[in-house]
Design a protein around this ligand. Structure first.
Ligand code: MG
Length: 383
């Protein structure tokens, strides 16, 4: 049976954590959105329209390079506007079946598409849905009373969802402009059409939170690996009244001298993260010769390293920093340093360690010419 597809990849994916928007991130070796487009093309789609954020044309060209029968369309401010932009761009006849699909559900397969096509023989819309396994509770906002909801006829809607092109365009045109449907089948329901459920699939999980990437990757059979990186840094003391260490300003009789704020703790940690993902060192990303980094807060460097981890669909597991100096005394500031690092790296506090030691008055740190820091981190990455 002939069909076309609209793949909605226009979201900004705020909840999926730092890094590139989730549709362009790598999942087991290819961009998230490419999984769905390949699946529809392999199942025989005549035409696949991919709705992308305005300005992401280059990212789309790269993500779908080598594929045919697809075209990008800029999305709107809401999901339903994006869907309608995709529907307008299709050149198929009005009685042809169109599947509307969220790019964030990358594991759509041939059986889902076949089952939807056969369900469309006796329906105006068809979608995969999963029974609700957990007991549902209702919390009254007025009284705080908790009651149990009967879940026996409740289903969780997934995508792709199948329609006839003319009917879904018409139903969207009739949908009230002051409310947004939470899926496309709701638009056909409102127009009085017959909607059929087919068996849903846990593999159609929607990538929403950072940890979903690892779970969906496991479902693809894609292996993960743990990478470890280490970093070291030292800065010289000079005139001043405070030092920056691990993102915290500590009053001291001297300052640390450096091109940025000379936060040796953050520099060592940034290098550890860059090391774990094989992305060079801090000087490659922020050359000391570049005047824009003069006096820069070093948290910018650490935020950059964290976003590079996100781009690789990685997750930082833990970090451990050791500060080496006689003075200033680190201990009174240690918890604030941990909190600051945890906030920059978006990690729970128990995954962030800051330790301090002296060199028993030996060497350059012992003579208080400067201080040093070393760091180690572990990162969970696609193999
Ligand atoms: Mg440095």
């Amino acid at each position: 049976m002939k069909f076309s597809a609209v793949v909605v990849a226009a979201g900004s994916g705020q909840r999926a954590g730092a890094g590139a928007p989730k549709q362009w991130r790598e999942l087991a070796g290819k961009p998230v959105a490419r999984w769905s487009v390949e699946a529809f093309l392999a199942a025989g789609a005549d035409e696949v329209v991919v709705v992308i954020p305005e300005g992401d044309q280059d990212l789309a060209e790269r993500a779908f390079s080598g594929l045919s029968r697809w075209q990008p369309v800029a999305g709107g401010a809401t999901r339903s506007q994006s869907v309608q932009a995709g529907l307008r761009a299709l050149s198929a006849s009005t009685d042809q079946i169109v599947m509307i699909h969220d790019a964030a559900r990358p594991l759509v397969g041939p059986s889902h598409i076949e089952n939807l096509l056969s369900a469309m023989n006796s329906a105006d819309a068809a979608l995969p849905a999963m029974p609700v396994a957990d007991t549902l509770k209702h919390l009254s906002s007025a009284s705080d009373a908790v009651t149990t909801v009967d879940r026996s006829n409740l289903w969780r809607a997934q995508t792709p969802q199948a329609f006839r092109l003319g009917a879904i365009r018409k139903a969207y045109a009739a949908w009230p402009t002051d409310s947004a449907p939470t899926d496309d089948a709701a638009v056909i329901e409102a127009a009085g059409g017959v909607v059929r459920l087919i068996d849903g699939d846990p593999r159609l999980l929607k990538l929403t939170y950072p940890e979903d990437f690892a779970m969906v990757e496991l479902m693809t059979g894609g292996a993960r690996r743990i990478a470890v990186g280490q970093g070291f840094d030292a800065h010289r003391f000079g005139p001043g009244s405070s030092v920056w260490l691990c993102g915290v300003e500590i009053p001291h009789s001297r300052s640390l001298i450096g091109h940025s704020d000379a936060d040796a703790g953050l520099h060592a940690l940034t290098d550890a993260i860059l090391g774990a993902i094989g992305a060079g060192d801090i000087g490659d990303h922020f050359p000391p010769s570049d005047p824009q980094w003069r006096g820069a807060p070093s948290r910018l460097f650490l935020e950059h390293a964290r976003s590079l981890v996100g781009d690789r669909s990685g997750q930082i597991l833990n970090v451990d920093v050791t500060l080496i100096c006689e003075r200033p005394k680190v201990k009174p500031h240690r918890e604030r340093m941990r909190t600051t690092l945890a906030e920059i790296l978006q990690l729970p506090i128990d995954r962030v360690s800051v330790k301090a030691t002296t060199t028993e008055a030996m060497g350059f740190t012992g003579r208080e010419e400067g201080l040093a820091a070393q760091a180690i981190c572990s990162i969970d990455l696609p193999a």
